[in-house]
Design a protein around this ligand. Structure first.
Ligand code: BG6
Ligand code: BG6
Ligand code: GLC
Ligand code: GLC
Length: 866
């Protein structure tokens, strides 16, 4: 199941002139392929076949690649093209572990090749080195492609339903288009990618021993790669003749054939070629068959012998076709299930001498697929042009991307290695923020929240929650009752927070909040009640107790003057008092991450992390008190608001920030601050895409170089547009619609490119959050001294909720980065208000218990004071 880094089959827009190599089948070919797009869509090819002598196939790697380059040189001379540096697609029909379309290291040789020093080496590098050694011409090696993939692409150019490639030739193999979300070994979840199954290796773990015969074992033992490619050795052209020869020897030894005489030719390995099978099975009359046998094998056959030999050939080829049919049925069924279809119609592109020349192979194969996969209608299309054409088509697409978009966005893609490095940097930040000595200079502030446990199911009461700082300002009434089962009822109103208010004076802002609260109480007829209030305030606050929060600095869209350094609970109380028309008891101020963790903790007691991926981004988690040096006491746990948005404010992320990130920061309300948040969260992502599009258009890579005033306007491209464009079905038409609103008339290629940009930007965001979250998870695991951590992460925020791929990408990356953690991601359905009410309930109960009891215990007093 080797990822092939081919994301789509051809769409007819491919064009250009390419060189292709086709190595690994019966023939080695060098080709030039000219592709035209549009209405005159066509492909013209010129090729020459070269021999690869046996001693070169099994000599040194250097000799093999020098020979290949020698053949290319001859071909370029022949075509008069030595001085044109053409892009090259390399069909290399062996298993390669690819990390990109132009990178592939040979896993192991198969079939008749065994050149030394090639396994585990990058074949593209080896070819480049050989070209350098020859020093006669230069080529731009753009893609390395398996023959199955080349064949699928060749056929898909004519038939868009072709999403499978099959080779039944010297070797046997299949590739098909798999959903990215199922390919765990490659980052990314959107769309599809071709997977080279290398099904020839099926059975290497012993799982088909029950159907292997002693003849198969003998063939295997005499092969170049004993123990390997067991399925291939039962199904492909290189081995079928040899199986027949082994059976004939056995029958002869038993005296059932050739009068019991084993002749020299019969003893010779490889003498019975698969093409003889095809010929023998094609002969109808016994007479012609005897002649053929005598001619081919000098076996001195009789009439009976010939019939037996034909029977043997028939059994061996029939079994091969049935086995390939069974494999194919499994693949089409998998594709049908992937797509949730009752019925699948699909085309398989096929190549290979066995399929093409054998008189019955293709029929038996098709019959078997039809019997085993009745819910699929599978058509088989023969590749007339070999896989070189497909390799050229892949090269055309790859060059379009590599040369254009990826040049810009290369630095936005992170390998797992980089993510693990970011993860360990963030781990160090967590420790720095927790320690008393280093906290003052730490960027990640690790703010104690005075919330000591998640809801335990005993909370009850009638509360008001304010929820300020996300994309909506909400006020809620939360009633938690406790008859038999704990139930929660919520009523919500959303209020405006106009720009002039959030950027005006602090007094005005809190007057506005108090006014909205008054309106809410009026509407809900509770103005005469003094309900306890929980205040979700989604900004970094220093707390010394639950009902005090000193704003350290504004983040996101807010910038009201005179609030930083002040206690927001006091400011709100003052504003309420000033009005005098109602009373409120603000019992707790909580960050939205904490509210989210508590909301999710209500449903899942394992929840001990809360994260927000919305306008801003942040996380909180339950830390051991003994590690929180800023708060006295060593017992139990306390929730820490990490304020991870500030990660990188000390230059720690400079190596991964791009010029686009720097532009975003410069144009923001808080330059130099919240640098991680600015790479990740919804408030900035749309703008990031806009800046990239402008730059690409300026360089002529998009919109034919046209830039409109709308495209130049800050904020015109929003994060919600990214979510729309990345939708798998209607994404491209959405891109067209959104770009049209920005005044550009995008081509089909422009839309694909913009979708690609969006995917890279949103993917980077999910990868970064995965790295920091993974750091928190490993910290929790270490705190608990357990070999595996089982935990739940509560999540909220519009980016996570609305983007079609974000959640899956995040989950997948986290699981890859910390395989030792079993994480449940729980979406907070009801916002952080419910969680804020839970915190308030706890505070209220503690207070009530103090007041009610005739002599409150010193311990309970202390709890409340803290
Ligand atoms: C050719 C393709 O047509 O078929 C090759 O161009 C492929 O890429 C080959 O390897 C497979 O068939 P065989 O029988 O030559 O191994
Ligand atoms: C809401 C929570 O659901 O999500 C808020 O109730 C939180 O407290 C918000 O701030 C975060 O998402 P966004 O996208 O609105 O910033
Ligand atoms: C062998 C190779 C595989 C190739 C097949 C058909 O199985 O390992 O890569 O596709 O032969 O040529
Ligand atoms: C910003 C705030 C943080 C909040 C986050 C998500 O990063 O500083 O307190 O949790 O946005 O809303």
């Amino acid at each position: 199941m080797l990822p092939a880094f081919v994301f789509q089959t051809p769409d007819g827009t491919e064009r250009g002139k390419y060189l292709a190599l086709d190595l690994g089948g019966t023939n080695f070919r060098v080709l030039v392929v000219k592709i035209r797009s549009g209405i005159r869509k066509s492909v013209r090819m010129y090729n020459k076949i070269y021999a690869i002598p046996h001693e070169i196939m099994q000599g040194t790697g250097e000799e093999l690649f020098d020979h290949i380059v020698h053949c290319i040189s001859d071909f370029l001379d022949y075509m008069g093209m030595k001085n044109t540096r053409l892009p090259l697609g390399f069909t290399f029909s062996f298993p390669c572990r690819q990390t990109g379309i132009d990178k592939g290291s040979l896993v192991s040789w198969t079939k008749g090749f065994k050149a030394t020093d090639c396994e585990d080496h990058d074949v593209v590098d080896m070819l480049r080195d050989a070209i350098k050694r020859r020093n006669e011409f230069d080529l731009d090696i753009v893609a390395v492609v398996n023959d199955t993939v080349g064949t699928m692409m060749t056929c898909a150019y004519e038939d868009s339903k072709c999403e499978i490639g099959l080779i039944a030739g010297t070797g046997s193999n299949v590739c098909y288009m798999e959903d990215m979300r199922n390919i765990e070994t490659v980052e990314g979840d959107e769309g599809q990618m071709c997977v080279n199954t290398e099904w020839g290796g099926f059975g290497e773990n012993g799982c088909i021993e029950d159907i292997r015969t002693k003849f198969d074992r003998e063939v295997d033992e005499g092969s170049l790669n004993s123990g390997k490619q067991r399925f291939e050795k039962m199904t492909s052209g290189m081995y079928l003749g040899e199986i027949v020869r082994q059976i004939l020897i056995d029958l002869t030894k038993r005296g059932l054939l050739f009068r019991g005489r084993i002749t020299e030719p019969l003893k010779t390995r490889g003498i019975f070629e698969t093409k003889f099978l095809s010929q023998i099975e094609r002969f109808i009359s016994t007479y012609t068959l005897i002649i053929a046998l005598m001619h081919l094998q000098s076996l001195g056959s009789t009439c009976d012998d010939s019939i037996i030999v034909k029977e043997v050939c028939g059994a061996v080829s029939h079994r091969a076709a049935q086995l390939c049919g069974a494999g194919m049925a499994a693949i089409v069924e998998k594709i049908r299930e992937n797509r949730g279809l009752e019925h699948l119609e699909i085309t398989v592109g096929v190549d290979g001498t066995l399929y093409k020349l054998h008189p019955h192979f293709s029929r038996v194969l098709k019959d078997t697929v039809r019997d085993l996969a009745p819910k699929c209608t599978v058509s088989f299309v023969l590749s007339e042009d070999g896989s070189g054409k497909g390799a050229a088509l892949i090269t055309a697409v790859a060059r379009r991307y590599c040369g254009g978009i990826d040049k810009y966005l290369y630095s936005m893609r992170f390998s797992d290695e980089t993510l693990l490095e970011i993860m360990s940097r963030f781990r160090r930040e967590l420790e720095k923020g927790l320690s008393q000595d280093t906290n003052p200079t730490a960027t990640v502030k690790m703010l104690p929240t005075f919330v000591r446990s998640i809801p335990d199911g005993t909370e009850k009461g009638d509360f008001i929650a304010l929820d300020l700082g996300g994309s909506n300002f909400r006020i809620l009434r939360v009633k938690v009752s406790h008859e038999k089962k704990q139930t929660v009822q919520m009523e919500t109103e959303i209020y405006d927070t106009p720009e002039d208010i959030i950027h005006g004076s602090g007094t005005r802002l809190f007057d506005h909040v108090a006014e909205c609260l008054g309106d809410f109480m009026e509407k809900h007829k509770i103005k005469d009640k003094k309900l306890p209030v929980g205040f979700t305030f989604s900004f970094p606050c220093a707390q010394t107790k639950l009902d005090e929060g000193i704003l350290l600095t504004w983040t996101k869209r807010f910038k009201a003057s005179g609030v930083e350094g002040m206690d927001v609970v006091k400011l709100l109380n003052k504003a309420i008092k000033k009005r005098g028309d109602y009373e409120a008891d603000i019992m707790a101020v909580v960050n939205d991450t904490v509210g989210t963790m508590m909301t999710c903790g209500f449903d899942d007691h394992r929840c001990e992390v809360g994260i927000i991926i919305g306008t801003g981004t942040n996380a909180c988690y339950m830390e051991e008190m003994r590690h929180i040096e800023l708060v006295e006491g060593d017992e139990g746990r306390m929730c820490i608001n990490t304020e991870w948005g500030a990660f990188g404010d000390d230059g720690m992320l400079e190596d991964i920030r791009t010029d686009f990130d720097r532009d975003i920061d410069r144009g923001s309300l808080n330059p130099g601050k919240q640098l991680f948040e600015k790479m990740v969260s919804g408030m900035y992502m749309g703008e990031l895409v806009r800046l990239i599009l402008v730059k690409m258009a300026r360089e002529g890579l998009l919109f034919e170089g046209r830039i409109t005033p709308e495209l130049l306007t800050k904020g015109k491209f929003e994060t919600k547009h990214i979510s729309a464009i990345e939708k798998s079905k209607e994404g491209l038409s959405k891109a067209k619609e959104i770009l049209a609103r920005l005044g550009v008339e995008p081509s089909a290629d422009d839309c694909i490119a913009v979708q690609h940009v969006c995917a890279i930007v949103s993917f980077r965001s999910a990868s970064l959050v995965a790295a920091t979250l993974a750091a928190i998870l490993t910290r929790l695991k270490d705190n608990k001294h357990v070999p595996r951590l089982k935990t739940t992460v509560g999540i909220d925020g519009s980016l996570y909720k609305m983007h079609p791929q974000y959640a899956r990408r995040l989950h997948k990356t986290v699981r890859r980065l910390v395989p030792e953690c079993d994480v449940r991601f729980l979406l907070s359905e009801s916002g952080s208000g419910k969680g804020a009410a839970m915190v308030t309930a706890w505070a209220y109960r503690t207070l009530a218990c103090l007041w009610d009891s005739p002599s409150p215990s010193p311990a309970s007093k202390l709890v409340w004071m803290l």
